[in-house]
Design a binder for this molecule. Structure first.
Ligand code: FE2
Length: 426
């Protein structure tokens, strides 16, 4: 498919025209030097100097649980433990059609927000594997809008009950794209280590990447990230391995954290931080002061480790809020990780685009000639203001085809009989 965007501003501040032909970026030229006349009128968007980026990537979500907030009940304490209990009640009667309907709705929200790739975890400890099967079917059904990756995720642990290990293996045989784990949720340290080994064995057997929930706790004694990184290093799988959450790193002694950061760097394992969930789920056993509970973003970056930003939950038992917008996740992160400096704007956008795409394993990603013809235009002149206002994504293009459009918001203030337009830009 062909499409052209004229007079758009990149994250680096360059004004450009982007010509997409047959689904690929054919030409990028300085603004005004493109040839929009060569395209049909309905295949041309004049960005008018607004920001353009590659499409956004969601590297960590739970689509089987999405949009279940309040069903069968709300999480009244807001804790991780109650979230798991509420989800356990919901999944007793998981319905495939319902999973698909909810997940589809969330995917459409995400597409509207400029997301064209989604990695979802699917609970393999629900004994009928209804959610796994539904999301695997959905992977094909939503392929016109997003690339969907499904992680076989043993929510309640691999060794906590007889049969869970077999269910994880069955989910991989059904065609899950990645293998997951949750070692800090196993009964013992030894079982946690074994669960990492099981996951990495499956990763090798299926030639699949691994993405484990790991050390998602405030407990500084939870030390499975080192096990995962060590296993990945020994097996040469670091580039295909993701450690999600790693919030215990916030509470580790500095001497241990320093050792772990070196190991992560050497192993090539990437991290996914999930700011919306972790900002409310961590620090729950503290009185005052209360810990933030996020992983060590600045030190991971200094060590050369890739850190991606996930949303984790959209209206589910762990986090009742959210509209499937990666900019919301980054907005929470900039507060919780003290990334409010001017220079952090570029870092946050690199995380949202390059790091998230790297973790996802996206090929041909980015605004460069020859890459996939996909982009997002924001109702904002620059990356700082796009993040500040979580600007509307006016047009989302995937391989030359428009997948979502949003009319820019228009607000007026009435003063002495006069209407004054307010656009929240100074
Ligand atoms: Fe998660």
């Amino acid at each position: 498919m062909d499409y052209v965007v004229t007079d758009a501003t990149t994250l680096a501040g360059d004004r450009i025209d982007i010509e997409i032909r047959s689904g690929r970026i054919d030409r990028i030229v300085p603004a005004g030097e493109g040839d929009p006349e060569a395209f049909d009128r309905d295949r041309h968007s004049d960005a008018g100097g607004r920001l353009v980026t590659p499409p956004l990537v969601e590297p960590h979500l739970h689509l089987d649980a999405t949009l279940t907030a309040g069903d069968p009940r709300w999480n009244e304490t807001g804790t991780l433990a109650e979230g798991i209990r509420v989800w356990a009640e919901h999944k007793e009667s998981l319905d495939a059609a319902d999973v698909k309907a909810r997940a589809t709705q969330a995917i459409e929200w995400m597409a509207a927000n400029g997301i064209t790739r989604v990695r979802t975890h699917a609970d393999t400890t629900e004994e009928t594997l209804t959610g796994v099967e539904a999301l695997l079917e959905l992977r094909e059904e939503v392929s016109d809008v997003v690339d969907l990756q499904v992680v076989a995720f043993p929510q309640d642990g691999v060794f906590t009950r007889p049969g869970h290990e077999e269910l994880l293996r069955e989910a991989m045989s059904m065609g899950c794209d990645l293998v997951g784990g949750i070692p800090h949720n196993e009964h013992t340290r030894e079982d946690g280590v074994s669960s990492v080994e099981v996951a990495m064995d499956l990763a090798e057997r299926y030639g699949a990447p691994a993405d484990l929930h790991i050390d998602e706790t405030d407990d500084p004694g939870s030390r499975f990230t080192e096990v995962l990184a060590s296993e990945a290093l020994k097996r040469g799988l670091g580039g295909r391995t993701t450690a999600s959450h790693t919030t215990a790193m916030h509470s580790y002694p500095n001497a241990y954290a320093d050792k772990l950061l070196s190991l992560l760097r050497e192993s090539g394992v990437s991290i996914v931080t999930n700011p919306p969930d972790n900002s409310v789920l961590q620090g729950r056993y503290d009185d005052y002061p209360r810990r933030r509970g996020h992983t060590r973003i600045d030190q991971l970056h200094d060590a050369g480790v890739t850190v991606a930003i996930g949303h984790d939950s959209v209206m589910d038992p762990w986090y009742h809020y959210g509209v499937g917008d990666q900019l919301d996740a980054a907005f929470v992160l900039l507060h919780y990780a003290h990334m409010s400096g001017r220079g952090d704007v570029g870092t946050l956008w690199r995380m949202l685009t390059e790091s998230n795409a790297e973790v996802f394993g996206a090929d041909d990603y980015g605004l460069a000639e020859g890459n996939e013809g996909s982009l997002v235009v924001y109702d904002s002149p620059d990356p700082f203001n796009a993040l500040r206002t979580r600007a509307a994504r006016t047009v989302v293009v995937r391989e030359g085809r428009v997948v979502a459009e949003t009319e820019p918001r228009e607000t007026v203030v009435h003063r002495s009989g006069e209407k004054r337009r307010v656009d929240f830009h100074r």
